[in-house]
Design a protein around this ligand. Structure first.
Ligand code: PMV
Length: 329
């Protein structure tokens, strides 16, 4: 049983509230965006897992232990492909081609999205896989890259929608929680701005850990504030209070700045977006670079984009993407 080619795609994600503190058990809200990465898998008869993406080309023998390819830029993809086959009790050479319409290393979840899409496409070469299994395997692959991921990236890229990542690790899609949310979500329009600075999630997470260890009390109070902002954001989203959601986004940026994960470029983009009429803006993801997410009035998208390009930055607009991972027939 099986097929020779299978294609799956997964969405980009942006964390709206609660990044970093989510690693320490605090709640966070993230959304899937209308940009996707596509994984095309084909069976090969050379007994290797071969991966091609903008990061280059990798080729490893099927029996590889993950330690043998730990320095490979595609290590989480190789691991994802191998674990999808292990789940379905198969050992077969596969080629994986990754094509993305959003940038890597910019806090939009490319690492989780590529692993989610790879797992789904490789699995559908040989059988079928549930979303819960995709999520679980993607989280294992993320652990190879980021050591201690909260799981929020894999969750959003797998399930899609607007997601509340609860303190106890429970994942809830807000639009499925109650009809008030589902109605409110259509009012949310985002602009994502690329700072042009590559960031490294592992380094930023370690930096925050050092801060937590050296200033426990201050860290605990910042974490409390992050939780309060996230809970207020839930109410504001439910009430479709765009001005309030925007304020909370900017407040969350200031908190992350205090945590030490922002920089002058990110602060400047946030400042300009708010000055030019966005409801609010913040860095999204690990920080140190990557992207800014802002909440905007849909009608102001074009004006904001041209103001941004006059400052030398690129961006795109998006609303919430409902679909998580999709396997194409
Ligand atoms: O920048 P990203 O997309 O890798 O997001 C990292 C989010 C953190 O909260 C900083 C880490 C995590 O595992 O949740």
């Amino acid at each position: 049983m099986g097929r020779n080619i299978a294609v799956a795609s997964a969405p980009a994600k942006a964390i709206l509230f609660g990044e970093h503190f989510v690693v320490y058990g605090k709640p966070a809200i993230a959304t899937a965006l209308k940009r996707r990465v596509r994984a095309t898998s084909t069976v090969n008869d050379v007994g290797k897992i071969r991966v091609r993406s903008v990061l280059g080309y990798s080729s490893v023998p099927l029996s590889s232990d993950p330690h043998l390819y730990e320095h490979d830029p595609h290590r989480h993809i190789i691991y994802s492909a191998a674990s999808a086959m292990r789940l379905l009790d198969r050992q077969q050479g596969v080629d994986v081609l990754l094509e993305s319409d959003f940038p890597y290393g910019m806090g939009l979840g490319a690492s989780a999205a590529t692993s989610v899409a790879t797992i789904a496409s490789v699995a559908s070469l040989f059988g079928s896989i549930s979303k819960d299994e995709v999520f679980k395997l993607s989280l294992e692959a993320e652990r190879l890259v980021h050591r201690n991921p909260s799981g929020i990236d894999s969750a959003v890229c797998t399930y899609g929608g607007l997601v509340l990542f609860n303190k106890d690790g429970r994942i809830e899609r807000l639009d499925e929680r109650c009809s008030d949310y589902s109605y409110a979500l259509h009012a949310l329009h985002f602009m994502v701005v690329n700072s042009g600075i590559m960031k490294d999630t592992g380094t930023m997470v370690m930096k925050v850990k050092a801060r937590e260890e050296s200033s426990k009390e201050e860290f605990a109070s910042l974490a409390e504030m992050s939780e309060v902002i996230t809970m207020h954001a839930l109410y504001a989203i439910r009430g479709r209070d765009l001005a309030r959601i925007g304020e909370l986004l900017t407040l969350n940026h200031m908190l992350l700045r205090r945590l030490g994960v922002s920089n002058d470029t990110l602060d400047t983009i946030v400042y300009r977006l708010v000055k030019d009429g966005a409801y609010g803006a913040k860095l999204t993801g690990a920080g140190g670079g990557g992207c800014i997410i802002s909440l905007i009035d849909d009608a102001k998208g074009t004006t904001l984009l041209s103001a941004l390009s006059s400052y030398g930055y690129e961006g795109f607009t998006s609303s919430i993407e409902d679909d998580g991972v999709i396997t194409l027939d």
